[in-house]
Design a protein around this ligand. Sequence first.
Ligand code: NAG
Ligand code: NAG
Ligand code: NAG
Ligand code: NAG
Ligand code: NAG
Length: 340
Amino acid sequence: MAKVAETSPPPAMNFNIPVKVTMLVQVIVCFGIIASTVSITRSVVQSNVAKLNANLGHLHRPSGQVKSNPASAPNSTAVISNSTLTANATVPSHTEELDYTKLHGYIISNKERRYNSSKVVLDKLGLVSHQHVPLSYKSDAIRKAMEDFHVGNQRYLTDRYKKVFSNRMAFAHLFQDFFDDPKAAPASWRFFFEDDVALHPSLTKALAQKVLARGLEVAAGDGILYLGICGPNRCEKKTVVLSSPVEAMRCAGACTHAFGLTKWKTGGLLAYMDKLKTPNNVNVSVMYFDQLLRTYGEQVHRIWVLGSNLKSPQMNNHYGLVYQDRTNYPSVIMSKEPKQ
Ligand SMILES: *[C@@H]1O[C@H](CO)[C@@H](O)[C@H](O)[C@H]1NC(C)=O
Ligand SMILES: *[C@@H]1O[C@H](CO)[C@@H](O)[C@H](O)[C@H]1NC(C)=O
Ligand SMILES: *[C@@H]1O[C@H](CO)[C@@H](O)[C@H](O)[C@H]1NC(C)=O
Ligand SMILES: *[C@@H]1O[C@H](CO)[C@@H](O)[C@H](O)[C@H]1NC(C)=O
Ligand SMILES: *[C@@H]1O[C@H](CO)[C@@H](O)[C@H](O)[C@H]1NC(C)=O
């Protein structure tokens, strides 16, 4: 896998993609915001996505808040205001002693058993695993960040949404960490996981790694890819064979249990992450990172799905190299009181 990390970028990766960057500026926010650790009742959220789409116009670029950092992120509108991201620096940095010849994956988990099990998947993919313990949903930092996010509105301060927000903050911290790492090259990739993942049964370790290596080349110009997706839709017709028989295709969809970003893309996504407030006429769907990523895929550009022809053995309409193992690891957000 070391080879993958060192592969020189194909021409598409030169960041000279003004159109994309401009669009990012408009929709970026939508991206960062949230994370569903785990999918929640999709159907509830689903109906709100249309509203979210209709309201993206609210997400304009706030003047004076954004500064670029050309040294570390060419052309990305990198930024980073720190309000919700640094709400108390209790979150350790993971980047201190990284081996930059390897690919790294971050598993958001506060349960050792689930982390261990997800790590097995990353091992097979050839990724170095890191556990990222999210801020407790009961913490003061989460409550304050949510109050800020919702402009003082208290109605979302329920355990369930706090868990959603904790997950969002965990992704935000990991993105920030990546973006701030001066040793990470702009075109380098990192991977982000929730702790309920499993590798598709048809993949051997060798094939999984081959597919991933090829996928990174295919998606280099986008700077983002899914290793697994729920309910893919609006897929582009073109498919690419990554390594027979495994294919990739660009789609939009839900679930953020397994995805990858380049550093330059991360900078763009973070840019407005803590700028989005819930517009008055849109509700909670904006709190779910995976729904925002779905919107991003629909509105900005479709996102490569590695293993787009590999169907989850558990769920209809879930595809990818990595699927959510709901049988063994039920959603944390849905549970009433997660065991800490
Ligand atoms: C992107 O950056 C490269 C070099 O860093 C520069 O030559 C190019 O003009 C930039 N493109 C845009 C759209 O800013
Ligand atoms: C980030 O937070 C620190 C401490 O809370 C504050 O001193 C600093 O001004 C903030 N920076 C920005 C860009 O908001
Ligand atoms: C997780 O893995 C570590 C290291 O292999 C091991 O020491 C620990 O006992 C495992 N924990 C659980 C709960 O399986
Ligand atoms: C951060 O911690 C300090 C003291 O430990 C506390 O006073 C402050 O309110 C906290 N900030 C947030 C955003 O939680
Ligand atoms: C969100 O919007 C949907 C559809 O308009 C509505 O059914 C639901 O009650 C709303 N939820 C909240 C928490 O406002």
